[in-house]
Design a protein around this ligand. Structure first.
Ligand code: SAM
Length: 282
């Protein structure tokens, strides 16, 4: 699927049918946020503990787990953008249950059309930019909102880690049908709770109409072009990032790890990586 407006329409329609990370009821979603899922990203968690980070922009907030967590657990002021009305309705409902409505402003907009006179201390986008018509342009759009000295946290599908996952699940889907692929998915993604929640993840990760995959080497070049410096990445488990060539070699090993995890161990490894970067002060 290459035509830009076709991509945007297909992605909008896909999430209109069922948003991602969607529980059967808002109470379950609120319980999940109350357990603070951001702790799963230790570099973001540590950054959010800093008082200097006051304002956050989330692009593609979906049903709102990250925005509501950043408000609830870290006291941040969050602007949260998504173009899926049903996802935002759930995010607002959860926000009401958690008492974060004064801290989170939800905005229904295509992220490419979102504008702000203010920059932000932190811009977050998790699992979104690779579903847009142009991931590189979306990345630049996100980066422009990062204040001097501010941070950018992005999660994307990983070229090397993703291929085995897609080959495995799309193979089952083609040979045995959607329900067989869903059953295999459920058996490895065992931490997902109710069936609606599992289905929303399965659709997103196996049946999506449009995604692109990326490498750390590629995104590091984007950071250079946007005037940002890499701080940490999930590729090396958030260790230091001084040795760029070594890290770019390391990420290639994710393909073998993904085969082992997905095919041999039946453990969940969708092929996803994160980067945390900082803009220079000047
Ligand atoms: C995989 S979901 C991730 C949602 C959320 N970040 C999370 O981690 O649960 C992708 C989200 O991006 C949103 N999205 C995709 N393209 C978009 C665009 N061009 N503008 C605004 N939102 C978009 C979708 O509506 C969907 O909620």
């Amino acid at each position: 699927m290459t035509d830009a407006s076709t991509v945007t329409h297909a992605v909008r329609d896909f999430y209109r049918d069922m948003p991602f990370n969607y529980y059967s009821d808002a109470g379950l979603a609120a319980d999940s946020v109350a357990r603070n899922p951001i702790a799963d990203y230790p570099d973001l968690d540590a950054l959010l503990e800093e008082d200097e980070i006051e304002t956050v922009l989330e692009l593609g907030c979906g049903a709102g787990w990250a925005s509501n967590s950043m408000a609830k657990h870290y006291g941040k002021s969050v602007t949260a953008v998504d173009f899926t009305a049903a996802a935002l309705a759930r995010a607002r409902d959860v926000s009401g249950r958690l008492g974060t409505t004064d801290q989170v402003r939800f905005v229904e907009s295509d992220l490419f059309e979102f504008q702000s006179p203010d920059s932000f201390d932190l811009v977050v986008s998790v699992g979104v930019l690779h579903h847009t018509r142009d991931c590189r342009a979306a990345f630049a759009h996100a980066a422009q909102f990062v204040a001097p000295g501010g941070f950018l946290f992005v999660g994307l599908y990983h070229l090397f880690g993703r291929r085995p996952f897609l080959e495995l699940f799309q193979g089952i889907h083609a040979r045995e049908g959607e329900e067989a692929a869903f059953e295999r998915f459920r058996s490895c993604a065992s931490t997902l709770s109710d069936e609606t929640h599992q289905r929303s993840w399965f659709r997103d990760q196996v049946l999506h109409p449009h995604e692109t995959q990326h490498t750390l080497a590629e995104v590091w070049n984007w950071l250079d072009e946007e005037g940002l410096s890499l701080v940490s990445t999930s590729i090396n488990q958030y260790q230091d990032v001084d040795d760029r060539p070594a890290l770019e070699e390391l990420e290639k090993r994710c393909e073998a790890i993904s085969w082992q995890r997905n095919r041999d161990e039946n453990s969940y490894y969708p092929g996803f990586f994160t980067i945390l970067a900082q803009r220079d002060e000047a």
